[in-house]
Every structure is written in C-alpha cells, then in structure tokens.
Design a binder for this molecule. Structure first.
Ligand SMILES: [Zn+2]
Length: 424
C-alpha cells in the first residue's frame, strides 16, 4: 500500500459521500417544495394548508443549512488531513512536550493531542449550533432556549466530556501502547464495557444534569398507564415526564436504559398535546421497543461494527502509508497511536455512508414492529391520531423523497406508518 493509494481512496470516498449527500438533500428539497401547496389526500381534515406549508419551509431551511454545513465540514476535513492541519497541530503539541524524542513513552502527549483536537472541533461547530437554535428553530417558533441556557449546556457538556472522555481515551491509548499487536481486541472489550455502563448511567446520572425527570402526576392517566405497563410486564416505576419545553416546543417520547435503569420518557410538551388514549398508545409503542428487545439488538450491532472498525484501525495504525497518505508524517520516536485514532475518526464518516441505508432500514423496521405491538396492547387509531398531531407540531413533512428516506430516515414516513396501522 502506497501513500498515493491511500490519498486516492480517501478522496474518492469523500467525493462519493459528499455528492451522495448533496444529491439526496436536493431531491428532498425538490420533492417537498413541489408538494408544498396541497395537503396530501387523507390529511385534509387533520392538517391545515398553513401547517403543511410550514413543514415544507422548515424542512427546506434545515436541508439548505445542512448543505452549508456539509461544504464547511468538507473544507475542515481536507484542512485537517491533506492540508496539513493535523501535522501542524502534532508538531505544536510535540513542541510543548520537548520534541519527538522527549515525548517517547509518554501517555500525556497523545492524550493532549486528542483533547486539543476535540476542543478545536467543538469550537468550530459552535456558530453552526447557534445558528440552528437561534435562527432556524427560532424562526419557526420552536426555540425556547435563552443564550444563557445554551452556554450553560455547552459548559456542562464540556466538563462531562473531560470527566468521562479523558479517562476512556487515556485507557484506549494506554492499551494501544502496551497490549501488543492485538491491542484492538482489548480496546474493543473496554469500549463495549464502557457502552454498556453508559446505558445504565446515562438515564440515572447524565440526562438529569440537563433536564428534570418527574414521575407522572395526572391521576386518570396514571391509572391507564399503570394498567398498560402491567399488561406488558414493565415496571410501573419506569415512566418519567421530562421538561423538554425548557429547550424546544417540539414534542417527543423515547425509551432508554437497560436493566434497572430502563425507562420510557415523555416530554411535557407531549403530555400537554395528546389525549389520554393517545398517550397510552404512544407509551405502548415505546414498550414495543422493549418487548422486541430493540436496545439489545442495537447493542449487538454496535458490538459487531466496533470490532470490525477497531480491527481495521489496528491494521492501519501499522502502515506508514496510512499516515502519509492523509497528510501526516508519523513520529520517529513518540507514539503514533493518537494520530492513527484521529485520522481514522476523520476518514470514517466518508467510508461509512454506504452502510447508512442498512442501518436506517433496520431502524425503520423496528418502528413498524413497535407500532404493531402498540396496536395489540392499545388502540391503533389512537396511535394514528397521535402520530398526525406529532407530525404537525414538529413540522415534519408528509411528503419526503423516497431516496432521502432510504438513507436518512430512522422512522418511517408517517404516511407509511398510518397505512401499516390501518392494514392487518
Ligand atoms: Zn419508536
């Protein structure tokens, strides 16, 4: 393998991934725009033309902003790699540690390199996050965040990444240094343990740092909900209401956690909008995800993909062409592990785009399964009317482009979900 070969593979993968993303996004904009002036058949009574047009405008605004982010992200990626950005940063960090020879055997040098790189990346992203919240979400009436809350969130996330991320990165880099050529197998075991642990601690300790979670208070609703949870064999303590209205007017429900930390979370905005029957149906849908063990299946998928990824990294990290082809000269004395890790993470998204239809399709399949389960445990027509209300409130489009759906939709378009609920 030569450096030129690596460069070409990288450029071709990047070219394919960027063109594909642009093509899909433009298809989505075209399709949504061409249906903007008429509410699709069957939805005329439920969704006003005004709401339908708003969903189209919101979708297009997000797509156009996404294209801008893609252009910027591609420039940044090229600057880090072939443009010599990572090379420059590496020299800077090595200099602080007294040069290549002095940094040999040090764990602090690679950890610092990863940390500084991540910090620069997060700062570069901030203007985009600001624009998304305070321009786009604001314009469509969804943003409820003050600048103060936004900044507090950022600071909390940063502290959290340092507290959780630095020990993890340090452990992986340490394994890369001491565990021999099969380090990636050890790193995989560590990474999987970390993920399982995160599934337990996220709902219990991390999510509460950002939101307040309260048990359901409404008495009539609680009786219905407890009945349903009992029928489905789910602990009645597992339903929480979250103050989602603190950040956005959009509403949602989700399931999370494993073992004793597993729970269903309703946004307070959802509670305010849906009827008792509709809420019961949405809960039944979320319980359907547990019934079909979707979390465990997603974890199993993550296990396999991570093993393949880490094995690939284990091999690439030993090839000088991998570094040189992506614009970095490997260190002569100091460890190259952090450089390999960063280059791998930079190149990965361009390669993995081809697998996206597979993971999206599986995710949509899970949604159909959860819907079907909800129909057996509660009312299918209540779930249908809840889905229509959510579509309207969140300004989701009723007329997405089929190719865009194939690649990017983790949930089936609402039209398909309603059709599946009605049939069978
Ligand atoms: Zn679902």
């Amino acid at each position: 393998m030569t450096a030129e070969f690596v460069t070409w593979i990288f450029l071709i993968a990047l070219g394919v991934s960027v063109s594909l993303t642009v093509w899909l996004s433009r298809r989505q904009i075209r399709n949504v725009t061409s249906h903007r002036d008429r509410v699709p058949e069957g939805f005329e009574d439920a969704i006003s033309l005004e709401a339908h047009a708003k969903a189209a405008d919101y979708t297009c605004a997000n797509q156009q902003f996404g294209l801008l982010q893609l252009a910027f992200g591609t420039i940044v990626l090229l600057a880090w790699t072939l443009g010599g950005g990572l090379e420059l940063l590496n020299h800077g960090v090595l200099h602080v540690f007294g040069g290549d020879d002095a940094a040999a055997g040090s764990l602090l040098y690679p950890v610092t390199l990863v940390l500084v790189f991540t910090l620069i990346g997060s700062v570069i992203d901030l203007p985009f996050e600001w624009y998304q919240n305070f321009r786009i979400e604001e314009k469509f009436g969804f943003n409820r965040m003050s600048i103060k809350l936004w900044i507090t969130d950022i600071l909390k996330s940063m502290v959290l990444s340092v507290v959780v991320g630095v020990p993890l990165i340090a452990a992986v880099l340490w394994l890369m240094g001491v565990a021999g050529p099969m380090w990636w197998l050890w790193a995989w075991a560590l990474w999987m343990t970390f993920n399982l642990l995160l599934m337990v601690i996220y709902p219990l300790f991390i999510a509460p740092l950002f939101n307040e979670f309260k048990p359901l208070e409404d008495d009539t609703l609680r009786t219905r909900v407890e009945g349903l949870m009992q029928r489905c064999g789910f602990s009645a303590k597992g339903l929480y209401v979250m103050d989602g209205s603190k950040r956005s007017a959009q509403s949602n429900a989700y399931f999370t956690g494993i073992g004793r930390s597993k729970r269903v979370v309703f946004y307070d905005t959802l509670l305010a909008r849906l009827s008792t029957g509709e809420l019961e149906a949405v809960l039944a849908h979320e319980l359907g995800h547990f019934h079909h063990k979707h979390i465990m299946k997603l974890i199993a998928g993550l296990f396999v993909m991570s093993l393949i990824g880490l094995a690939a990294l284990g091999w690439l990290a030993q090839q000088p062409a991998f570094y040189l082809g992506l614009g970095v000269t490997p260190n002569a004395s100091a460890s190259n592990d952090a450089l390999a890790l960063l280059l791998f993470l930079l190149a990965l998204p361009s390669i993995s785009v081809v697998f996206r239809p597979l993971s999206s399709r599986r995710s949509r399949q899970y949604e159909f399964e959860a819907d079907a389960y909800a129909k057996t445990q509660s009312s299918g027509s209540d779930l249908a009317s809840a889905l229509v209300k959510l579509t309207e409130d969140n300004a989701s489009t009723l007329t997405p482009d089929p190719w865009y759906v194939r690649f990017n939709y983790s949930h089936p378009p609402v039209v398909e979900r309603l059709a599946a609920l009605k049939s069978g």
